[in-house]
Design a protein. Sequence first.
Length: 87
Amino acid sequence: MNVLDGNALAGDLAEIFAVDVTAARFVCAGCGHADAVATLQLFGHAPASVGRCPECTDVVIRLVRADDRVFLDMRGTVRLELPMSGS
Ligand SMILES: [Zn+2]
C-alpha cells in the first residue's frame, strides 16, 4: 500500500478553496438541512463570525481571524458540496 501525506492534497485543495464558498451547499450536522452557505444566519462579532443553520440554529461554521491566520471550524457541517466550473 502506498500511503502519502497531506501534501498530496495540495493541488486539489488549492482548487477547492479558490472558489466562492458561499455558493457551496452545506449539510447541517445537527438536523441534516442542506442549503447554500449564503443562507446561513451570520452572527459576526469581530474577530469571529458564526454561521448558524437557518432550520435548527446549530452552529455550522465558525471563522476566527487572528493577526496572521484564520481559523475555520466546520464541525457543524457534515460536508460542503462545491460547484466546480468546467467539470
Ligand atoms: Zn440544522
